[in-house]
Design a protein around this ligand. Structure first.
Ligand code: SAM
Length: 451
């Protein structure tokens, strides 16, 4: 007997990704794997992405509403039921183009197919109760104390909102949360080593991709990634948010320099450095994981870069007995500056995980200090907006290291990036500071020359 394999719909895919996330799989990895396996039309792919990211981002808002009409504890409910409801309620609350009736019917038949009639009837009951009210969320919000209302309305953990408000104030908090909930821009970088680079703007135009200038040379922004994906695969473009350019520009690597990139994978900054150096000099790219190092090598080959060599090692202890002219330490971090791009991350960051990461960053910085030549430059960077990982980390480093001082870039104009830090050579750009720019931190430090 032959079995006919069903093509998955956008809603099937979104549900599968949400279920995978419960097992600790990253949503973008799960989503890309499923989209690769299915030959869906572009519109359906875009819908699958929007449903997945929307249901993950707005989880607290959605669960608050579902919890009101589901009569039991939603934490103990069937994951299929709750995740299918999240996807349906997301459509009801946020997607005007999907009629409520379609969102309800699709969800009920999905739950029936996977879990049977009983749970399908429960899904139907919850959704009918929600869609029969003109503004179902408003009544709930009115009953909540101010702080909790803000958490539910913006779908962020309360502890994160409180620390951002304390540090940045109410207006900035509002800008950050609204940026985190908006569909993010994808940054793209033109490959300046591509001999046919002058043909790329026409090619982008021909493909009809909606593009916006980022303000930064060689970087554009798009919300039409599918249309430019072939140019990324061919090596004409690299996906990179303009905020990620900051640490590379701050390093001011020159042709012929001997550079160490201590936490390099997937290699976005390593390859940009190589392009800035016009593929002349040497970059040693370290990452802990061999498979990630192979990815850097593959990408470098595709971009026509020959000066990168990778080493799979722990950058806290890596040693070849030599020192480097310039070091980039783009440290593992909480990622709190990129919550729009990593929709489930806001639910997994904790104060404890930030402290743990700060300890790892400190060890990496200590080793970077040893591996840098006298008079060399170290740039420390994160995509976090938390003080413990950024300015606090650097202040503690400077207390321990009188042989280092913060300094501004010597000739690169970085005024496009927000400063928000008191130290020379220190930048903190928040989500919302500059359209299309992720939250990011970078600090340039110079080691004293030998006496
Ligand atoms: C923020 S990402 C780097 C992003 C990269 N610089 C880019 O621009 O594409 C941090 C990287 O550090 C790596 N990493 C984590 N701990 C490490 C360690 N102890 N030694 C070396 N690499 C490590 C992770 O595997 C991850 O790829």
């Amino acid at each position: 007997m032959t079995t006919v394999r069903r093509t998955l719909t956008a809603r099937d895919i979104a549900l599968q990704v949400l279920l995978d996330c419960r097992k600790g799989i990253k949503s973008d990895n799960a989503l890309h794997r499923l989209l690769r396996q299915q030959n869906l039309p572009q519109q359906e792919r875009a819908l699958a992405t929007q449903l997945t990211n929307g249901a993950l981002r707005h989880r607290l808002t959605l669960d608050t509403l579902i919890g009101r009409f589901y009569r039991h504890d939603i934490r103990k409910a069937s994951p299929v039921l709750i995740d299918a409801l999240r996807i349906a309620v997301y459509q009801v609350l946020f997607l005007d183009r999907v009629p409520d009736r379609a969102a309800v019917n699709e969800c009920v038949s999905l739950v029936r197919r996977l879990k049977g009639r009983h749970l399908a009837a429960i899904a139907n009951g919850v959704l009918r109760s929600i869609t029969s009210r003109p503004a179902p969320l408003d009544d709930i919000l009115r009953e909540l104390p101010d702080d909790e209302r803000l958490a539910v309305e913006t779908s962020h953990p309360l502890w994160l909102l409180k620390r951002w408000r304390e540090r940045f104030g109410n207006d900035t908090l509002k800008a950050i949360t609204s940026c985190n909930n908006a569909i993010p821009w994808t940054g793209i970088r033109m490959n300046t080593l591509n001999p046919a680079q002058h043909t790329v703007p026409d090619e982008l135009h021909r493909r009809g991709a909606g593009l916006q200038e980022s303000g930064l040379e060689h970087f554009l922004l798009t919300q039409d990634f599918e249309k430019i994906a072939p140019l990324v695969r061919s090596g004409a473009l690299t996906v990179q948010n303009p905020s990620q350019a900051l640490p590379c520009l701050l390093l001011e690597a020159e042709q012929g320099d001997d550079i160490l990139d201590m936490c390099a994978a997937p290699g976005g900054k390593t390859t940009f450095l190589a392009e800035l150096m016009n593929n002349s000099g040497s970059i040693t790219a370290i990452d802990r994981y061999p498979n990630k190092c192979r990815k850097i090598e593959e990408r470098a080959r595709l971009l026509g870069i020959s000066i990168i060599s990778t080493i799979a090692a722990d950058a806290r202890t890596f040693d070849t007995g030599k020192q480097y002219d310039r070091i980039l330490l783009d440290a593992p971090c909480s990622g709190s500056g990129v919550l729009a791009r990593r929709p489930e991350l806001r639910w997994t960051i904790t104060p404890e995980s930030i402290d743990e990461l700060a300890r790892l960053q400190e060890e990496l910085l200590e080793h970077a200090a040893e591996l840098l030549k006298p008079d060399g430059i170290l740039v420390y960077a994160t995509c976090s907006i938390e003080d413990e990982e950024n300015t606090g980390q650097i202040s503690r480093f400077l207390d321990r290291h009188p042989d280092f001082h913060p300094e501004d870039a010597s000739s690169t104009d970085l005024s496009l990036f927000s400063r928000r830090t008191q130290l020379a050579g220190g930048y903190l750009t928040l989500p919302g500071d500059h359209e299309g720019f992720d939250g990011a931190f970078a600090q340039r430090l110079r080691k004293r020359p030998k006496a």
